[in-house]
Design a protein around this ligand. Sequence first.
Ligand SMILES: Cc1ncc(COP(=O)(O)O)c(C=O)c1O
Length: 389
Amino acid sequence: MKKADRIEQLPPYLFAEIDKKIRETVNKGVDVIKLGIGDPDRPTPQYIIDRMVEEVALPRNHGYPPDEGLTEFREAVSRYYSRRFKVDLDPDREVVPLIGSKEGIAHISSCFVNPGDINLVPDPGYPVYPIGTLFAGGEAYRMPLLEKNDFLPDLEEISDQVASKARLMFLNYPNNPTGAVASEEFFKKAVNFAKDHDIIICHDGAYLDIAFDGYKPVSFLEVPGAKEVGIEFSSLSKPFNMTGWRVGYAVGSAEVLEALYRYKTNIDSGNFKAVQYAGVEALDNPASKEQVDSMQKLYRERRDVVVKALQEAGCPLSVPQASFYVWAPVPEGYNSQDFVAYLLEETGVVVTPGKGFGEYGEGYFRIALTVEVERLEEAMGRIKKVVNY
Ligand SMILES: Cc1ncc(COP(=O)(O)O)c(C=O)c1O
């Protein structure tokens, strides 16, 4: 069967080999501890579930949702931005609900990229940025996120030739997979770069609410002029343990969002209305502050367990201030895939090889903090016994 080039060109699934090894290890009866996937392990808070149960019973919620999403949901996002970031958003023009932020991230390239155009994507990074680019017929130019630059792209390294063909620049802070954060200063530089080269910035804020040690991540839209050059994607998935509910949004430039909205209305029919009402509850209910606070405390405790164990093993890692990932170099003599295979074999612990996030992820591995402390302690105890830096 002949498939379209865009399917044939998809990169090989890097985790296929490791997935096979995990199945074999489980079948051998080993107690496997999975620190690979960034999916919150705790349930969605009860106040959100209660609202969902109420809304799902109402026949008025059973039909197609409005194309532009429920006014109540867009207004709740706007109130959240005003409270959390002091950013004003017009709920009618500057907020578009998404079926999870992944949906918008995957589709935005199709709104702005023609064959031959370039998108600037972070490497290592969330794979959907280059894949969305590929599906739109564009080419991904990889901006290396290097430890010596605090895992921020060096915008001065991007040549005028590349910048002149670039349509979108994807950024993501707090960052997956490195856990790095960006300052307002960095975002200001990005806004200036976007203005100089007529580029649209797509900032992915999936982890904006997960931070520790008093650090408060900055929204890209807090920076003057940001709304003229870009948008921010965000999501209820991570702060409210709602990954399966599929509810996120894009906010920012009305002109950019109008194109995304037009694209979406031609291929999907939006979020179930009951899910949007549950999203309103998640954002608006006073309990949400408590939820976010306790979630931050939980991940900080887990981060401390992992960081302490790796430091004791002699691993020279940067301690993350945000996100629920720890990004660490592999010991000398391994590449990331070999090291991950070695850990699985020797300890039954699953971590993600850095190479899975791009070529500049090589030499690192990622631990997701999405299991309980006791299991993490068990995993790190096993790892400490077999690694040497
Ligand atoms: C950086 C980043 N962006 C976006 C997403 C997508 O989240 P969702 O589609 O659940 O909103 C993820 C999920 O892991 C992520 O890590």
